[in-house]
Design a protein around this ligand. Structure first.
Ligand SMILES: *Cc1c(COP(=O)(O)O)cnc(C)c1O
Length: 365
């Protein structure tokens, strides 16, 4: 606390990112990064962009990047917004589409799961948006019908993090329809597709043509191996995209730098490379999940590049510190119902074999 902080800053409880260790030699399975390198074409494009032109501001509209994204998802460039990581896009979306408590009418709460990406409540607080966390079912899935109530908006990560469970596109469509029903009372359904590439037929972005209240949010951090580049984007009808631009241009018009725009374009153009890389991640995830079950661990079925697992004998913190002693970093969320689970990002096959060996040893301690 500082006397110099205003009341808004005093009341924040900021997001705590997963550890980025400075020492080497650790197996890093704690922040859902892709274990494989980005496409060589991305590195080439960034190197080419790292020249004289850096004295100039980047294209604030990200014109080329947006047109490449538009082609990939069969939408128009006007239906695409690019930002500095999807965290920024999410922050802008909360600010643009969800009413604050100080808004004109009494604002209805925004709905999202109680166990989910922990940045959502932080954004809501930052913008003073009321929200209601809705409990996941006993099997950690999202109960779609719970979200069919009047609200200030809905945020669904699909697949959800840290559980890895996904809703079907048809269940999501029923939500878009429900929340588009009553004119003035209609609200935005935001689908965060950070991990959709690791699931089976989950992408709903092309459905924006039929659902004007749908905004999908995407990142190059996970499926495109570019967490260090900071590029994310959103797809939605033109009015939604203009809303995001209004917030961005009241904050910082140049959020995506020249190197990031160049690298992101190259990544989106090299789909075959990423198809191969991510198929490997999926195969490793499924293999490791079966091995862990055979060792007696509980594994929540996952459609992401991570798994959520639990020892039936020991607590989450005990499991966490054992793995840490073995040089393996994973993520623990000290929250009711998942405090005994660990979220484990899928690494290379060699890394996951070392992880499995550690899990085998842990049974004996
Ligand atoms: C990782 C993650 C993000 C953030 O992605 P960045 O583009 O790296 O900011 C957004 N949503 C979810 C659910 C995530 O897990």
């Amino acid at each position: 606390m500082s006397i110099y902080w205003n009341h808004r800053v005093k009341n924040l409880s900021p997001y705590i990112p997963g550890e980025q260790p400075r020492q080497g030699g650790l197996i890093k399975l704690n922040t859902n990064e892709n274990p494989y390198p980005p496409s060589p074409k991305v590195i080439e494009a960034i190197q080419k962009a790292a020249g004289d032109e850096l004295r100039r501001y980047p294209d604030p509209a990200c014109t080329e990047l947006r047109s490449v994204i538009a082609r990939r998802y069969a939408v128009m460039p006007e239906q695409v917004f690019a930002g500095n990581g999807s965290d920024e896009v999410l922050a802008f979306a909360f600010g643009a589409f969800f009413e604050s408590a100080a808004g004109k009418q009494k604002a209805l709460p925004v709905l999202f799961p109680d166990i989910t990406y922990s940045f959502y409540p932080v954004y809501a607080q930052l913008w003073d948006i009321p929200f209601t966390p809705l409990p996941l079912a006993a099997d950690f899935s999202i109960t779609c019908t719970d979200y069919k109530q009047r609200s200030g908006g809905v945020v669904i990560p699909n697949p959800n993090a840290p559980t890895g469970q996904a809703l079907s596109p048809s269940a999501l469509v029923s939500l878009f329809r429900f929340h588009a029903q009553d004119g003035e009372g209609s609200s935005v359904v935001l689908v965060d597709e950070a991990y959709a590439a690791f699931g089976k037929d989950l992408e709903v972005a092309p459905l924006i043509h039929e659902h004007p209240n749908l905004l999908t949010v995407h990142t190059l951090s996970k499926a495109a191996s570019l967490a260090g580049l900071r590029v994310g984007f959103a797809i939605g009808n033109q009015e939604l995209i203009e809303g995001l631009c209004r917030v961005r241009d009241s904050f910082n018009s140049y959020t995506v730098d020249r190197l990031a725009q160049a690298g992101a374009v190259a990544a989106l153009l090299d789909a075959p490379y990423y198809e191969e890389v991510n198929q490997k991640v999926i195969a490793t995830r499924d293999r490791v999940s079966s091995s862990l079950r055979a060792l007696g661990y509980e594994v929540i079925p996952s459609q992401g590049n991570f798994i959520c697992i639990r020892s039936l004998q020991k607590s989450g913190p005990q499991f966490l510190s054992f793995l840490r002693e073995q040089g393996i970093l994973v993520r623990h969320f000290p929250k009711p119902r998942i405090a005994d689970f660990l979220r484990v990002s899928i690494g290379t096959d060699a890394e996951m074999d070392r992880f499995l060996e550690a899990c085998e040893r842990f049974r004996a301690v």
